[in-house]
Structure formats: structure tokens, C-alpha cells
Design a protein around this ligand. Structure first.
Ligand code: FES
Ligand SMILES: [Fe+2]
Length: 312
């Protein structure tokens, strides 16, 4: 977990974030006995697995005096606070107070809707998930050999980085890709979807919530799947992940080679984007007709529901 450990951020009560799925950490970082703390959404969460192996994501702050529960321990499948050893179960209820005091009804920690997908553990910023965890167009997870990676901490606003997904001009100008752009993009309540095709090349992209862009490319007979996502740590920083996937090929070596090639391609795209994104002073400036999909995306973002994390 060292790679994503950052200085704890204390609650800023007036902070709101999009009511969507956000990546918390890599699946590989949470084993059966792990208790992990992650700073995100201006607060802190804990992540661990319950007895059935399901990933549980809860507020990290103990309702007694506010100790950081990630500093505690897993005891009999529960989380024990490091300070006075109150214990909490996977529903967030306090199950034990060592002094024998009656357990107050308010002695609960908030349990986020959570999911495991594409090599990542996700939480939904809300009391119930308003829609499904981000999808990758054109494939189910079972159909792919895929692997997720932490890209790092970035300071550019997530909304701007995500706009890359429908910024078709920059694919040609910044990345030098020979692409076309769709006539239309389908804008729904919680996602944006588009398809582009020409001889020998197709692109099928989906923006989910305001955290994730995933796409399926076909090029020269290859099927390439990728997902880019990030979660705010606080107002100034976000933690960025990406996933690469290829169809299962029945041979570990062939899959390894295809994944390595795709990862190289994705890391090149990210390395080209980041110097621009990290240095720009964003404004909705002078848009032209070719920016219509971008303009629609910015309206989608501005209308997307926001809320403070329930667990702060
Ligand atoms: S602060 Fe957690 S038990 Fe007291
Ligand atoms: Fe890009």
C-alpha cells in the first residue's frame, strides 16, 4: 500500500464530489487479512475483506473520538479501533466496547457501496449506488486478461483529464493518431457513449460518471481494451489508475506480450497528456464548432449530481 499512502487529509465539511463510482485502490493491495487506509474525497476510508471475501469500504473515523481505524487491527473478522478497542462489523455497527458500556445506536461507521471490477476496488459516493460500476465497452471482465496499475498522484482537475475521452482533436494533434470523430455522442444520465469507425479501425468509448473513461479499440485485427480513472484525494490532488485488457488467448505468454504492448501504448498516451494537463490553467474558453462534443461533455459534468461523502 506504500505506493498510494499520502499525508492524511482532515475533513473539509463543505467539500462536495460527484455522486459516482471512484477507484479506491488496486484489488492486489487488499488481501484476506489486510486493513488499508486511503485518503480520498477530502476524507479517509478503510478497505478490507469480510469473511466471504467481499471488499468492504467504510469511513476511517471512529465514532467514539475520531481515531483513524486504519491504524487499528482486524480481530475476529471485525475492525478494532487502535485507541479504546471498540469494534465494528462489516455493516458498520459497533459490536463491542471493552468497558462493557451499552453500545449507543450512533456508534456506527458509514459503509460505502463498493464493488470490485477491472482489478480495482471502487466506492460509490452516496448512501446507495445510483448506477452500475463503470463498464468497459465490448467485453465482460471474464472475457479479458486485464491488469490495473496505479499511475500516480496528479493535480489537474479530474473533469479536465476525463474530457480527453471526447476531445477527438487532440488524438490527432497531441498524440498523432489517425482517427476520425463521431457525428454524435450519446449523453445519458450517468454516462456518455460513442462509436467511431473506418476501414481497419474502430473506437467505442464510454465515459462513466465523472471519474472513468473506458474504450475498446480494434486496429489491424487486434482488440484492445483500456480504462482510465481517478479519484480526488482532496480539492487539489487526485489519484490516477489505468487498466489494460486483451481478449483471453489461451496462452499466458501471448497474453503477457499483448498486455505489455498495450501498456506501453497507454503509458505513451498518458505521458503525452500529462505535461499539458498538469500545466494548463483551465477555462471554458473560446470554443469552435469542432468542439461541440467537448461542450456537451462540459454541460454533462456541470449537471452531474454532487454531494459530500456520507462518511465524513
Ligand atoms: S477513539 Fe475509537 S474507541 Fe475510542
Ligand atoms: Fe490524451
Amino acid at each position: 500500500m506504500d505506493a498510494i499512502a499520502v499525508t492524511p487529509v482532515r475533513t473539509v465539511s463543505d467539500e462536495t464530489y460527484y455522486q459516482c463510482w471512484y477507484p479506491v485502490c488496486l484489488v492486489s493491495e487488499v488481501g484476506a487479512a489486510t486493513l488499508v487506509g486511503v485518503d480520498m474525497l477530502g476524507t479517509r476510508v478503510i478497505v478490507y475483506r469480510d469473511a466471504s471475501g467481499k471488499a468492504v469500504v467504510q469511513s476511517a473515523w471512529c465514532p467514539h473520538l475520531g481515531a483513524d481505524l486504519s491504524q487499528g487491527a482486524r480481530v475476529e473478522g471485525q475492525v478494532r479501533c487502535p485507541y479504546h478497542h471498540w469494534r465494528f462489523d462489516s455493516t458498520g455497527a459497533c459490536s463491542h466496547i471493552p468497558t462493557g458500556d451499552r453500545i449507543p445506536a450512533a456508534a456506527r461507521i458509514f459503509t460505502y457501496p463498493s464493488a470490485e471490477a477491472w482489478g480495482l476496488i471502487w466506492l460509490f459516493n452516496g448512501t446507495t449506488a445510483a448506477f452500475d460500476v463503470p463498464r468497459v465497452p465490448g467485453a465482460t471482465e471474464a472475457e479479458l486478461a486485464c491488469e490495473a496499475h496505479l499511475r500516480g498522484i496528479r493535480t489537474s482537475p479530474g473533469e479536465i483529464a476525463l474530457s480527453n475521452g471526447v476531445d477527438f482533436q487532440h488524438l490527432r494533434t497531441l498524440h498523432g493518431l489517425q482517427t476520425t470523430e463521431p457525428e454524435e455522442i450519446a449523453v445519458r444520465d450517468h454516462e456518455i457513449e460513442f462509436r467511431v469507425g473506418r476501414a481497419g479501425y474502430t473506437q467505442h468509448g464510454v465515459i462513466s460518471g465523472v471519474s472513468t473513461f473506458a474504450q475498446h479499440l480494434t486496429s489491424g485485427g487486434s482488440n484492445l481494451f483500456m480504462l482510465f480513472c481517478g479519484a480526488p484525494i482532496d480539492r487539489g490532488r487526485r489519484r490516477m489508475f489505468f487498466m489494460v485488457g486483451v481478449p483471453r488467448m489461451g496462452g499466458a505468454q501471448a497474453e503477457r506480450q499483448a498486455l505489455d504492448n498495450l501498456r506501453g501504448f497507454v503509458e505513451r498516451l498518458l505521458a503525452e497528456d500529462e505535461p499539458v494537463l498538469e500545466s494548463m490553467r483551465f477555462r471554458r474558453g473560446t470554443l469552435v464548432a469542432s468542439d461541440r462534443h467537448l461542450a456537451r461533455y462540459f454541460r454533462y459534468v456541470s449537471e452531474f449530481p454532487r454531494a459530500a461523502p456520507p462518511g465524513v
